[in-house]
Each structure stands twice: as C-alpha cells, then as structure tokens.
Design a protein around this ligand. Structure first.
Ligand SMILES: [Zn+2]
Length: 253
C-alpha cells in the first residue's frame, strides 16, 4: 500500500477525493494527492522529523491525534515538478474552493499552524479535532472496523460492467475500446495498491502473466462469450481486456 492510496481512506472520503480529482481536472488544476492514511509508524516518523531527526517540523500531533491516522484526511500538492508547493497563482486556494463544498475542511484556513496542502473530512473532525472519534471509537482500528466496504459486490460490479458495455448495436470497435478503458480505470482505483493486472500490452505476446491467468480461468469455465472451444479465432486485444476484467470481477470463479 502506498501512502497516497485513496482506497485507504474512509469510503465516503474516498468518493469525495475522486470527485475532487474530477473537478480539478475539469478546471485545469493539476492536483496530486500525496498522502492519505497514516499508520502509527508513519505518524511517529513524521512527529520525529524536526525534533529528533533532520528536517523541518511537519506535524504538531502524535498518533492518533492526526486525522490521517483515522483515514479521514489527505494531503495534496500541484502535480508539477519544482512547483509542487508554489501558491503564487493561488493554486491551493482554487483547489480549496472546489473542495470545501464537498464537505472538506482546508488546513489553509487555519490560524496558528497553517497547513495548506491538507484536507480533512469535516463530518468526523468537528473543530478539526480527533476528540469525537476518540470518544466514540477509542482507536483508529475500531473506527476502521465500522467502515462499510462500498466497493461493489461482484454481482453489482458485473451489472455495472454490463450497463457500461451495453451501448447498443451501433457501438464501434473504438467505442467498445473506450468503454473498456473507463472500466479498467475504475477497477484500477478499486484495486489500487494491490499491484495486480498492471497492464495489458497491445502486443499479445507481451501480455502480463495475470492476463494469461485470466484467459485460462475463462477457458476453464467455457466462458459463454467465447464458446466451448476456447479462443478460436484468436482474441482481439479488446477481447483479451474484457476477459481480464471479467476475471478481475470474479466472474470465472
Ligand atoms: Zn495532512
């Protein structure tokens, strides 16, 4: 798991982060989410920075008093090398203006320790304090156990895929390919950090081993779309992609 993995956030906040990414993209603001959930180890390491280890002080709180330790905060910067924290054009304020209506508190509005690259989920952080969470759940572990896994069930995912693919008879190969790209993007978000299914190369000779697993699984199940005789004639790359995400959806289990 990477520290910037938004799938480690509270499920509702993850959706908000995705929405913010979309809004920023539409507005031409190159947003990069840099850190989401923090383990105790990570918070300890950050707390030591500027105190007992080199660097400047970056946090004023110990575990679990950062919203990050509870999965209800994320940090961001500008996705532009050398200009990550440049606010001369009010980049951070512009992102914050899009974020606040989504239910986020911006660290740039704080007095005292101003934290411009920080958002937290207002709902769980009234007064920008973990007090409410601590009172109710005691520990981040207990809180995380209450999260409802909003990643759709396999059947829901399959239904969504069907709907996404159901473009009618007029769908061209390109449209079909475009739809697959969208679905793959969604799955990649769902599975972020798992390190599986990283690519399907255009050259079938270079298909990732995971794709071969998918093809074998589909073949073993006589996947209806491809008949009982396996894959003859050879699949197009988009058909391979379809097999792979069917496999990822668990349809061949
Ligand atoms: Zn932060």
């Amino acid at each position: 798991m990477q520290i910037r993995d938004i799938s480690r956030l509270h499920p509702e906040l993850r959706k908000i982060a995705e929405k913010l990414q979309q809004l920023c993209q539409n507005a031409g603001l190159p947003l990069l989410i840099t850190e989401t959930f923090r383990t105790k180890e990570r918070q300890d390491e950050l707390f030591a920075q500027g105190r007992t280890t080199p660097g400047s002080i970056v946090t004023s709180v110990r575990y679990p008093d950062s919203a990050h330790c509870w999965g209800v905060a994320f940090d961001f910067c500008r996705n532009l090398k050398g200009k990550e924290f440049d606010n001369s054009d009010k980049f951070f304020n512009k992102v914050a203006a899009l974020a606040k209506p989504l239910g986020l508190t911006w660290g740039g509005d704080w007095t005292g320790f101003v934290d411009m690259p920080h958002f937290e989920f207002t709902k769980f952080m009234p007064g920008s304090s973990t007090q409410t969470l601590k009172k109710q759940f005691v520990s981040p572990e207990n809180f995380i156990k209450t999260w409802i896994n909003t990643v759709e069930s396999v059947s829901e995912k399959a239904k969504n895929v069907d709907e996404a693919l159901n473009g009618g008879d007029e769908m061209t190969n390109k449209e079909f390919g475009d739809r697959l790209t969208v679905i793959e993007g969604k799955l990649t978000t769902i599975e972020a950090g798992q390190g599986r299914f990283r690519y399907i190369d255009e050259n079938t000779a270079k298909i990732a081993p995971d794709a071969n697993d998918a093809l074998r699984a589909a073949s073993a199940k006589n996947a209806p779309a491809y008949g009982a005789n396996g894959f003859d004639p050879p699949l197009t790359i988009d058909m391979v992609r379809q097999v792979v995400w069917n496999y990822r959806l668990g349809l061949y289990e």
